[in-house]
Design a protein around this ligand. Structure first.
Ligand code: MTE
Ligand code: HPA
Ligand code: MOS
Length: 755
């Protein structure tokens, strides 16, 4: 069945937070942001703003009834500035008015006097000043010194990757409605309803049981609403709490872009050592992560970077060090891939440099070193059921890559030999293998609950902790439930995600929404089925295991019993059989010991290989991605159409990150690209002209629900291949300094400089 959400989206019938009916007797919140990146607040004057007609009240830090603290992992982030500002876009005051226009007008009358200080924008500079979010972490395997000492080739270089704006189509927002008893109901656009509940409870000085968070769906999250939805939910909640009327806080695009965090930019130094044949012997790396002004999820993102330090490859000796560096830009946050893309980019750059100095072709180095079953990752876990080589080889065979690459190689060779004249157009290719660990690296988050009601007419309602954000988790769970109960998906309804129905939810993140919540839903179905079958076994005088449900009918030992689903349910109800169930799932066999940085942090890994071809106009620096051919390991897909959408969408988002998306700040730390007009997003015309995705066959996965594999994030990292295909096409093979994104502007400069 096709995901019915898509029909609603296309018809414009889908309703997001700001599409809800909002009462005219409700307040609108608009935030006054710090215009400067760093400094002490000398004076804040809200008197003129207060007088603007329609303004109800203005809140500053001292008006917060609970704690002025919204830090998640580390308690270092204020909701409203107190005596200093640490980034341009930091909330300083919140204006509440009866119309959004009045609130916005009032914001214009707020005056702030800041003793400006020079901001730190570069993570290496922050590191040198010891501006660290947390102590530096290192992962080691084997002996790197020895590995490098015994090497024939040692490639060294630097790689930099940039920020990325989430650009969810629905901006951040929450509508808060108070009740008579002073409790709060929040309709929020968040990936983490429980985080919003906890954060709002803390800021408003309420117990968590007095804050209900309801999430119908998001118009995209991509990690940007894993923790950063909290801020805006708090503003809505504070307004509703103080006024006793509903309060709406929805960011307009430009405010969303300048006030929220992005993907973390990284600057890294690498050393990759190889033997004569091109076997990797040692990898040494240090990552300088640009965390922004507060911790947010940075330490967790950094941890995933370390986990993915060697990308899809086996390296016996590794020393990977990572520093989360505090700078004066908005706190950076989760973004699809969660630190792993940054790590994989560095490793792929290192391979290009290793190829250049050794003369061994890139694909030989890649293929030779792909991780195999039993090989150890830097964190001490051995790869189980590794499918890196299978995906790689399948891509070669299925897309006839050998031949494709030879055509391009021949053309390039001819060009080299012809009178030194470089042609205007150049073509290049790159393969990009991926290997991504599935599970939250924060182990306690790997749990979920599902609550299922079977109603007396046979229809089914399902509540879980999963948040639908366009990735199709609701529909996947619908299909899991329908299949388990042997009914059509149309009979199953996915309810909103609500903290009253399902409590203590983990964020829908780490690609594990279906793995966790789908597994819990399946368990709840099994519980209900067992009760129904036991009830029938009494009547048939047999064992309950003889029964099954299929085609909306009851079967006993593969023979239809002549009883339909509806009748079965009704009979069970009249016999007082419980028709609801709640189940709890927690991923087995996960452990990690941070004192030695070793363990088994992931349930399993997802693999795949992408092949890219690009053409570059060497005169203008412009390019097109001509081909993207993928072989992807999905396990046994629950819904291939949804998964295809995730693979294609993720890959294009990854291409955007390394090619055209560029977040720039002025020297004073002010964002220069905080509008849709100045920030270039990938659109349909920047997607590869020819995109093919093949799912690996015969790829059952024992470690996730129904043999499937998580799909949300891994395909993002294919995009990195586009960068290297463009580099090759441009003829700039020196990879001792790789800088993404390779915007046409940067490529033009590189071509002029002859890099
Ligand atoms: N797909 C769409 N359409 N919209 C999104 O916001 N988020 C991505 C991915 N795919 C996202 C998406 C991210 S960052 C993650 S972690 C996963 O979906 C989360 O959902 P899942 O765990 O159900 O795959
Ligand atoms: N991915 C996404 N979000 C997270 C993770 C992770 O691994 N760990 C904690 N939050
Ligand atoms: Mo995704 S970055 O784990 O929300």
């Amino acid at each position: 069945m096709i995901n019915p959400d898509t029909t609603y989206h296309v018809m414009g019938l889908t309703r997001y937070v700001d599409d809800r009916d909002f009462p005219s007797r409700g307040l609108h919140c608009v935030v006054f942001f710090s215009p400067l990146a760093r400094g002490k607040i000398r004076n804040l004057d809200i008197s003129a703003a207060r007088k603007v007609p329609g303004v109800a009240f203005i809140l500053t830090a001292k008006d917060i009834p609970g704690e002025n603290q919204i830090g998640g992992i580390i308690q270092d982030e204020l909701l409203l500035a107190e005596d200093e500002v640490t980034f341009a876009g930091m909330p300083v005051a919140a204006v509440y008015a009866w119309t959004e226009e009045a609130a916005r007008e009032a914001v214009g009358f707020i005056k702030i006097d800041i003793a400006e200080e020079t901001p730190v924008l570069n993570p290496r500079e922050a590191y040198n000043r010891n501006e660290l979010i947390a102590p530096v972490r290192s992962f080691t395997l084997g002996d790197v010194k020895e590995g490098i000492a015994s090497a024939v080739y040692v490639a060294k270089g630097e790689a930099e990757s940039g920020a990325q704006e989430h650009f969810y189509l629905e901006g951040q927002g929450t509508v808060a409605t108070p009740s008579e008893e002073g409790n709060l109901h929040l309709a929020s656009s968040t990936q983490a309803p429980t985080m919003v509940q906890r954060c709002v409870a803390r800021v408003c000085g309420l117990a968590m049981n007095r804050v209900e968070v309801d999430v119908r769906r998001l118009g995209g999250g991509f990690g940007g609403k894993e923790i950063q939805a909290n801020t805006w939910a708090c503003f809505a909640a504070l307004g509703a709490q103080k006024s006793g009327v509903p309060c709406r806080m929805v960011l307009r695009r430009s405010d969303d872009m300048r006030a929220t965090g992005k993907r973390h930019p990284y600057s890294s130094d690498f050393t990759l050592a190889l033997d004569e044949e091109g076997k990797f012997l040692a990898f040494k790396v240090i990552y300088y992560q640009n965390a922004g002004a507060a911790a947010d999820l940075s330490t967790s993102v950094l941890e995933r970077t370390l986990f993915h330090a060697t990308a899809s490859y086996y390296v016996p000796n590794v020393h990977a060090t990572a520093a989360s560096c505090r700078t004066n830009i908005p706190p950076n946050t989760a973004f699809r891939g969660f630190g792993a893309p940054q790590a994989m980019f560095v490793f792929e750059a290192a391979i290009r440099e290793a190829s250049r100095i050794s003369g061994i072709c890139v694909e030989t180095l890649q293929r030779k070193n792909l991780i195999k079953t039993g090989d150890c990752f830097v964190y001490g876990m051995a790869a189980e059921n590794a499918r890196a080589e299978r995906c790689w080889d399948k891509a070669y065979a299925h897309y006839d890559l050998e031949k494709r690459m030879r055509v391009i190689d021949d053309a390039r060779r001819k060009e080299k030999h012809s009178s030194g004249q470089v042609s205007r157009y150049g073509r290049g290719y790159a393969l990009m293998p991926i290997c991504f660990g599935i599970s939250f690296t924060t182990i306690f988050l790997n749990q979920a609950r599902a609550h299922i009601h079977v109603y007396t007419d046979g229809s089914v309602g399902v509540s879980t902790g999963a948040v639908e954000m366009g990735q199709g988790v609701n529909h996947k769970i619908r299909e899991i439930v329908a299949d388990s109960l042997g009914i059509t998906p149309e009979r199953v309804k996915l309810e909103s995600t609500n903290t009253i129905r399902v409590s203590n939810t983990s964020p829908t993140a780490a690609s594990s929404g279906t793995d966790l919540n789908g597994a819990a839903a399946l368990m709840a179905c099994e519980m209900i089925k067992e009760r129904l079958f036991k009830f029938m076994a009494d009547q048939y005088q047999c064992v309950w295991q003889d029964f099954s449900l299929r085609d909306s009918r009851l079967y006993r030992e593969e023979k239809a019993c002549g009883l339909g689903w509806e009748d079965l349910v009704m009979q069970a109800y009249h016999s007082r059989v419980q028709l609801s169930a709640e189940a709890h799932y927690s991923t087995p066999d996960l452990h990690f010991d941070t004192s030695v940085e070793k363990g088994r942090p992931f349930a399993y890994h997802t693999y795949g290989t992408a092949y890219f071809e690009a053409e570059v106009d060497r005169l203008l620096g412009t390019y097109t991605i001509e081909k993207a051919y993928v072989v992807h390991d999905l396990g046994r897909s629950i819904n291939p159409l949804i998964d295809l959408g995730q693979v294609e969408g993720g890959m294009v988002q990854g291409i955007g990150w390394v090619t055209m998306e560029e977040m720039r700040y002025s020297e004073a730390g002010r964002p220069l690209t905080a509008t849709a007009g100045t920030y270039k997003l990938p659109d349909i015309s920047s997607a590869p002209l020819d995109m093919k995705v093949k799912f690996l066959e015969d790829a059952h996965n024992d470690r996730a629900v129904k043999g499937s594999k998580a799909v949300g994030e891994p395909p993002f990292m294919y995009g990195i291949g586009a960068f290297f295909a463009i580099k090759m096409a441009a003829g700039s093979e020196n990879a001792s300094y790789c800088c993404a994104p390779i915007t046409p502007e940067r490529l033009f400069m590189e071509l002029r400089a002859g890099v």
